[in-house]
Design a binder for this molecule. Structure first.
Ligand code: UDP
Length: 488
């Protein structure tokens, strides 16, 4: 029995972009939306991925689809269901595309059988839902194998890859070799950067669309400083008491009121950070490539010998069992916890490992929002990164960001202008030095933060992203001609 399921998506009016974009941009977007609605008529744009929550893809789908639905485009979000061994294989592919060996096991015929077996059931279920002329946007390696079956149903298929590696290594090649047979069935492939397009997709039908954030979601919308503090005190991330008269209220995606009620599960030695302590924060899934442990060790190097500095470090991620397609989370968290236990008491006092509640995605987003807003420095010391949404989220909040110069982050941050880049992500002394510099210079933090926000406003809000998808759908529809089932 397959567990393919649909994620409910709300609607959000495009007009709300008036708060942050110029009137002619809004008018242009509405005109494109209108044109596309007429073209699509009763056809559906299916998005398929492998988790409804956790990670950047889920984050973007929730927001982008709600704007498209609001203008009358019938776009849906389906999540595949698969057994744990499927996700072990797809995590191996994910690591390979990032140039890393992952669990070191092969991507051989046995792995392929597991991959295809699980997707076959999902494809059958999808085939009963789609109609010729519909569009499918398949996200990431987990769903690439659905492309041939959907093409046979007369669906126009695009594959959107959210990850990638700047250079060609044997690992990277291993990953692409595995995916190649499925990708040949995709009529368009979409990548976050040019450097990520592999040979198998380099045939003139690949497009570059950088990711975006939703300025109006619970993750990114403005919160008053009192609410930020109330949320962080309530969840246990800051020492109380909460400010008088403030509560943990936030606005949900649909405009209805929400309140942060759950608490974070935090590993710490003593008290929570005092509200006036400068906070260094990294928020990520518990994934080895996010290098939470490196952040902990680099921070410890910076603080060691300077204990008079009042900063604290918070490493926060989702509840370790929360992200369905990420089987490594618990193990990575345990490793970070072990590194934390090895710190001397005086340093351990300053480092807090937090698992944020995920039962209510929007509550989780409001906590992330508050944490990013309260941070003096937001860190993203990834070893590889397709594109770091957390970086853009923090930049939108005018935070000073210190991130590794890897993958898409190099397009997101202009070093010394809209944030600071760490050239070699494994250079802990370099990391400690840059972090110390930022913590010691509030004028620099303010300057980087202000430029960062403006960069995001101009380049990374969702409307531009939607327009690129609209162009792509129009282009592919022109090329594909009238809907029908392919003859052979
Ligand atoms: N995130 C979250 N709660 C958490 C940890 C992460 O909502 O506890 C979000 C984070 O805010 C960002 C996304 O997950 O929106 C991570 O996207 P990113 O591109 O940084 O990394 P990915 O997880 O896709 O590799």
């Amino acid at each position: 029995m397959t567990r393919l399921r649909e994620v409910r998506v709300g609607i959000q009016p495009i007009e709300r972009f008036r708060e942050v974009l110029a009137e002619d941009e809004i008018r242009g977007a509405l005109a494109t939306a209108n044109r596309l609605r007429h073209r699509l008529a009763k056809r559906v744009v299916w998005n398929v991925n492998s988790t409804p929550v956790g990670g950047g893809v889920a984050e973007m789908l929730q927001s982008l689809l709600s704007y498209a639905r609001a203008v009358g485009i019938d776009t849906r979000w389906m999540v595949i269901g698969a057994p744990p061994e499927f996700f072990r294989v797809t995590k191996r592919i994910h690591h390979a595309l990032h140039g890393s060996p992952g669990d070191g096991r092969p991507l051989d015929d046995a792995a392929r059988a597991i991959y295809e077996g699980a997707l076959e059931e999902n494809a059958l279920e999808l085939a009963s839902l789609v109609r010729p002329g519909d569009f499918a946007i398949l996200h990431d390696p987990q769903t690439a194998g659905l492309a041939p079956a959907l093409r046979r149903c007369g669906v126009r298929v695009m594959w959107r890859c959210h990850i990638g590696h700047d250079s060609w290594t044997p690992e990277v090649e291993r990953g692409w070799r595995f995916l190649a047979p499925y990708l040949r069935a995709a009529q368009r492939t979409v990548f976050s950067r040019k450097a990520y397009v592999p040979e198998v997709c380099d045939h003139g039908r690949s497009r570059i669309i950088p990711p975006s954030i939703d300025a109006f979601s619970p993750k990114n919308r403005d919160l008053s400083p009192a609410t930020v503090r109330a949320i962080l005190v309530h969840t246990g991330l800051l020492e109380g008491p909460p400010p008088p008269d403030a509560d943990t209220g936030f606005r949900r995606d649909d405009g209805s009121p929400g309140r942060v009620e759950r608490k974070a599960d935090i590993l710490r030695l003593g008290r929570a950070p005092p509200p006036d302590a400068p906070l260094v924060v990294q928020i990520s899934r518990w994934d080895p490539l996010k290098d939470m442990r490196g952040v902990l060790e680099g921070y410890a190097r910076m603080v060691d010998g300077h204990l008079e500095e009042p900063s604290h470090l918070v490493l926060a991620g989702p509840n370790v069992t929360a992200v369905a397609d990420d089987p490594e989370a618990a193990g990575v968290f345990d490793e970070v916890a072990a590194a934390w236990r090895r710190l001397p008491h005086s340093l351990r006092d300053r480092v807090h490992l937090a698992c944020l509640p995920t039962a209510d995605v929007q509550e989780n987003a409001a906590i992330v929002n508050a944490l990013q807003r309260h941070a003096a420095v937001v860190v993203q010391k990834s070893l590889h990164e397709g594109f770091g949404l957390t970086v853009t989220e923090a930049m939108w909040k005018a935070r000073a960001v210190l991130a590794s110069a890897v993958g898409g982050i190099q397009d997101q941050i202009e070093d010394g202008v809209s944030g600071l880049l760490l050239r070699d992500p494994r250079d802990l002394d370099g990391f400690a030095a840059l972090l110390g510099r930022l913590l010691g210079d509030s004028a620099l933090r303010d300057r980087l933060g202000a430029t960062a926000r403006e960069c995001v406003r101009r380049n990374s809000l969702g409307l531009g992203h939607l327009l690129r998808y609209a162009e792509l759908i129009e282009e592919l529809d022109e090329e594909a001609g009238p809907p029908g089932i392919p003859s052979a």
